[in-house]
Design a protein around this ligand. Structure first.
Ligand SMILES: Nc1ncnc2c1ncn2[C@@H]1O[C@H](COP(=O)(O)OP(=O)(O)OP(=O)(O)O)[C@@H](O)[C@H]1O
Ligand SMILES: [Mg+2]
Length: 217
């Protein structure tokens, strides 16, 4: 009972910080298991995602789902996060691009408390860090957001999605767009490898499939 109350308090505190920030893309707001269509190439990720949710208390490793764009990686992570949220677990779904925009904006906007966001991201029972590896990492984002979160999540369950395979993700962490070293020693990727299994989603783009279905011939 006490555990459930503590969870609820934590969830409410976290929601207070995040409610006004729009860190989930609109296209994923309603993504769930029920509206996930089984498509070729998604079988493995779908099974693992359902199993991860069902067995959340006992699983020890998270996942890093990688693969082509529109394949349903974020949809499945959002499905897990929403389901756990509905069950009362403190969870967060953070889009990397929005998070890094916030980190940069926080330099001049004192209303954005990036450290509170990072703290919450570390604290929740489940964190989804969506689209890691998008754009270029900067020294500021690496030091303020990427490393603290990934380091702080050790021993906790985290789901990542990325378009980059493990080698390219390691390169992404290692230098900024001008080649200036960031995470030269591979500390981030090492921590991710230590706490997540890498799963490739081989599906083609659902966005393109939808667009094709709507094309007027
Ligand atoms: N199998 C599916 N069933 C239902 N909707 C899907 C499925 N796969 C993807 N979608 C929908 O298509 C859109 C794109 O999917 P999603 O964002 O999950 O792709 P992604 O693999 O994360 O792509 P990206 O690498 O570009 O981030 C979303 O609106 C998502 O809800
Ligand atoms: Mg995605």
């Amino acid at each position: 009972m006490k555990v459930i109350e503590e969870r609820r308090t934590k969830t409410i505190e976290i929601q207070k910080v995040f409610n006004r920030m729009n860190l989930v893309p609109d296209s994923l707001k309603d993504a769930g298991f029920k509206n996930f269509k089984e498509r070729t190439g998604t079988e493995k990720s779908f099974e693992l995602a359902k199993e991860f949710y069902r067995n959340f208390e006992n699983v020890e490793m998270g996942y890093l789902f990688y693969g082509g764009t529109g394949a349903g990686k974020s949809h499945l992570c959002r499905a897990i996060q929403r389901s756990l949220d509905a069950d009362g677990y403190p969870t967060l779904f953070l889009d990397w691009v929005k998070l890094s925009d916030l980190a940069r904006a926080s330099i001049s906007d004192k209303n954005i408390n990036i450290h509170a966001i990072v703290r919450a991201a570390i604290e929740v029972d489940l964190l989804v860090l969506d689209d890691i590896g998008a754009g270029h990492l900067t020294d500021y984002e690496y030091k303020t957001v990427a490393f603290p979160i990934i380091n702080g999540r050790q021993g906790k369950k985290t789901l990542y999605t990325s378009n980059l395979d493990p080698e390219r993700l390691e390169q992404w962490f290692s230098a900024d767009k001008d080649g200036k070293p960031l995470d030269e020693d591979g500390r981030c990727i090492d921590r991710i490898i230590g706490s997540c299994k890498f799963v490739r989603n081989k599906a083609t783009s659902m966005r393109r499939e939808r667009a094709r279905a709507q094309m007027i011939e």
